[in-house]
Design a protein around this ligand. Structure first.
Ligand code: TUI
Length: 315
């Protein structure tokens, strides 16, 4: 069985994190992943601080295993949520899209394990200095807000730079990807896109259908001109967004306004003018399955390919 420091630090069975996907990652999905032995995460981006508090309480009813909360640091209510998770006794926090340094002292004092998501070596080192317990290193193959570096060169460079455990994210969705991440020195994997089609994931059925019919070339990155590159499925929305970005007569604020609310529209309404955030590995996602089957496929699948490789190529 693949084990690592991540399992010890967090008290989980398998070093598999479910990505804290904005508007998607609720108590139902997080509890299912935690009950399967991985780390379920609730996104703190949805209908407001009190709604997130309710999800945390619901998750406690659904699982007695460890779970965490993911905080998107550009959220308008980020200060309020940062305080609320302390009040609620949350024990694990991951962060994205910024530096959580200003919250670190209060979170550490509350006994919270803090695991920032970072896209570069410099940020990984900054997070280690600030007291992070581990980091998620996320390559640009991932869905949603992306950095510049891709997983294959990013993970070993961060692993070489820090002493804390590194969890790999971006482009991992089966045992082969997980095995590759472990070979790069990661001590865990974070998976988003494949959990979008988990039975316990409450996205609109059209979101699941769009992931299941995706191919290798189905995702695109928009928003570079605004300084917020986001990977999502190619849809009428993303094509229109890209057209606006390439038109010098369109003002950035109008592009921004066009994108506002688009993720929620995809997740809740299955609207074709929604933003279907998804990673490059969407083309590998073939079936809706319980979260438990996904967690087990990632870990047992990784073990299987590593064993087979050693037996057939290193004997
Ligand atoms: O955060 C993510 N992925 C996300 S957040 C999100 S919500 C959203 N909604 C609408 C439009 C745009 C986004 C969707 N996907 N991944 C983690 C991640 N964090 N990737 C890269 C970073 C990151 C970037 C800069 C982390 C730290 C950072 O620091 C800059 C600084 O402040 O020093």
């Amino acid at each position: 069985m693949i084990k690592s420091r991540i399992c010890q630090i967090l008290g989980i069975e398998y070093p598999v994190f479910q990505g804290g996907m904005a508007w998607v990652a609720d108590a139902s999905l997080a509890a299912a992943v935690s009950n399967a032995g991985g780390l379920g995460l609730i996104s703190a981006i949805n209908a407001g601080t009190e709604a997130v508090r309710a999800e945390i309480r619901k998750c406690r009813e659904l699982t007695d295993k460890p779970f965490g909360v993911n905080l998107m640091l550009q959220a308008p209510n980020v200060e309020e949520v940062a305080q609320m998770i302390v009040e609620e006794g949350v024990k694990i926090v991951t962060t994205g899209a910024g530096s959580p340094v200003r919250f670190m002292e209060a979170w550490k004092a509350a006994g919270i394990k803090v695991i920032p998501v970072v896209p570069s070596v410099a940020l990984a080192l900054k997070m280690q200095r600030a007291g992070a317990d581990a980091i998620v290193a996320e390559g640009a193959e991932s869905g949603g807000h992306v950095g510049e570096l891709h997983t294959m060169p990013l993970i070993p460079q961060i692993v070489d730079a820090v002493d804390i455990p590194v969890v790999a994210a971006g482009g991992i969705c089966d045992g082969r990807g997980a095995a590759a991440a472990f070979m790069l020195g990661a001590e865990g994997v974070q998976v988003g896109t494949r959990f979008l089609v988990a039975t316990e994931c409450n996205v609109h059925p059209r979101y699941k259908e769009n992931i299941l019919k995706a191919t290798d070339i189905s995702t695109t990155v928009t928003g570079k001109s605004l300084g917020h590159p986001v990977r999502s499925l190619k849809t009428p929305f993303s094509r229109e967004f890209a057209k606006m970005e390439s038109d010098p007569t369109v003002r950035p604020e109008d592009i921004l306004a066009f994108g506002t609310g688009s993720l929620r529209k995809a997740v809740q309404e299955g609207d074709e003018y929604g933003s279907y955030m998804a990673g490059e590995c969407a083309g590998l996602v073939r079936a809706e399955e319980p979260a438990k089957a996904i967690v087990e496929d990632l870990i047992l699948g990784a073990e299987k390919v590593i064993r087979e490789f050693v037996n057939s190529h290193l004997a």
